[in-house]
Each structure stands twice: as structure tokens, then as C-alpha cells.
Design a protein around this ligand. Sequence first.
Ligand SMILES: C[S@@+](CC[C@H](N)C(=O)[O-])C[C@H]1O[C@@H](n2cnc3c(N)ncnc32)[C@H](O)[C@@H]1O
Length: 293
Amino acid sequence: MKMQAESTIKQKTVSQLPSHGEIIDFEIKLLIEAIQFRYGYDFSHYAQASLTRRISSCLKKFELGNVSELIPKIIHDVEYFESFLREVSVTVTEMFRDPLVFKVLRDKIFTQLQTYSRINIWHAGCATGEEVYSLAIMLKEEGLLSRSRIYATDFNNHSLAIAEQGIYKAEKIPLFTKNYLLTGGKASFADYYQAKHSHAIMHEELKQHMTFAHHNLIKDQCFAQMHLIICRNVLIYFDRTLQDSVLGLFHQSLVHRGYLLLGDKESLDFSQKKNCFTAIAKEQRIFQKVSYE
Ligand SMILES: C[S@@+](CC[C@H](N)C(=O)[O-])C[C@H]1O[C@@H](n2cnc3c(N)ncnc32)[C@H](O)[C@@H]1O
């Protein structure tokens, strides 16, 4: 019986063998499954091209020959997984990144937020926090900081720790100062940090209005009663299905007439939630929730 079964197994001909690219895709699928199984992080709806690029730069950094070598290390070593997460998540950011967006936020949206006695803001995918401090500075200048609470979240613990410290390299200050002035800054950027050696330490007064928390946009719950949600340059790494689910989470988290700010390459155009928002400043990607659907 066994002999008969073996004789019916047909091997693939050379032309049927998987290509190098197909083998890599297969290994990445296995890796995604291993991460999901072991840690509950689901990368299956990340945009595949950029994820593949990040994984391959990760292999170089870890000096590994292929994805299959990475899998057991990730399964058995939590710290290795943390380093992997650090490598695959793109955390590029800066203070007042895209100054015109921050200027429109200051001029158009903050005037509307004035009407609330308490202002809840969720900054999702805050990376190392530069945008969060930018926001706090503007809130202070517009007289809103004392009644504001900013919930700043990310799934990368390493970035979150830097955000919470609020200490940045002095060499970045000229760029941050230039951006700040372009947003219509009302004081001097130097008023908001203390220079120490080669670093700038952001003022405690700004931090007092921030709550930093680990939050995974793929699997964690919504934040209730938000008046403004800022999530820039995060959805760009997700596929359409995941973008829709995260936009649903934001819609659920916002109060009626709450505001949503996305990154300049992100939009609601192809989303199922498109009709639940209206554009307030289309070019700056600022939207307002208009329906409960
Ligand atoms: C390019 S940074 C954006 C930083 C900032 N918002 C900006 O535009 O300058 C993208 C951030 O999204 C975070 N991120 C990616 N996937 C995430 C997820 N599933 N849940 C929460 N944060 C995520 C990354 O860790 C990273 O810090």
C-alpha cells in the first residue's frame, strides 16, 4: 500500500519550480504567520512592497541570509522581536512636519475647538513624538493647552519611550525652528525647550498634557470622545482593507463634527468611510465627521 502511494507522488518539473521571488514571498507569509501566532501582531494587511523592502533591510542589519533564518529567532526571543519591530516600522518624523498643514490646523481648526470646555486629541502613530510636541506648542499659543489632553500612541515601544522623554538632538533645532515660524509661531521656538549639551529637552508644561500609550491600530480598541485625531503617514503602509478598518476605528472614536487629519499621501477617496466625512481643507487632508453610519 505504502509503495503504491509513493509511486503516485510526482515531483515538479524544472519549469514548475518556484522562482526566487516566489520563495521569498512564501517565506514572508510564514514569517507573518509566526509573528501573528507568537505575538498577535498582524502584518498581513501591510502594503507588501514596502514591508518586503523593510524586511530585507532588516536581514542585512541582523546579518542573516534569508527570511527563514529570521523566523526561529523571532519566535523564541522577545527582544529580537522588539528589534525587528523597530527595524520594520518607519519612524521618520519631525517637528511641524509640513508646516502649512500645522498652520491650517492652527488657523481653521483650533478656532472651532475653542467651543469645547475639554479637548481630547488622539495622536495615532506618533513615532518619536515630535509632532505631539508641535501640537502642544500650538495649543498653548492659542490658549487651549490647559483644557487639552493629547493621547499619543504607537505600537513601537522604543519610539514611544523617546516620545515620552521629549529629548531631541540639538542639530535638528534649526529645522524645527524654521518649521515653527512657517506655522505662524507666536513666540520663539527656544521658549519651549531647555538646551543641555547637544540636546534640547522639551518643557515639562507641554508634557503635562500628554498621555503616552502603546496602541496597535490593527487590533486595539477605539479611544472614546475624541475632538481631533491626527494620524499622518501611517495608513500609507497599510493595504486598502486595513486602511478601511482603521478609518472605521477613527470614525467610531470621534465625537460628531470631530476632526481627522491624515498624511499628504493619504485620503478617504477610496474608503468605505468616505461619505461619513467632509473635507475641511482637502489639500492639507483635514476632514470632519458628519455622520454616525
Ligand atoms: C512614519 S511614522 C509617522 C510619524 C508621524 N505621524 C509623522 O507623520 O511624522 C509611522 C509610525 O506608525 C507606527 N505604526 C505602524 N503600524 C502601526 C500600528 N499597527 N499601530 C500603531 N502604530 C503603528 C510606526 O511605529 C511609526 O512610528
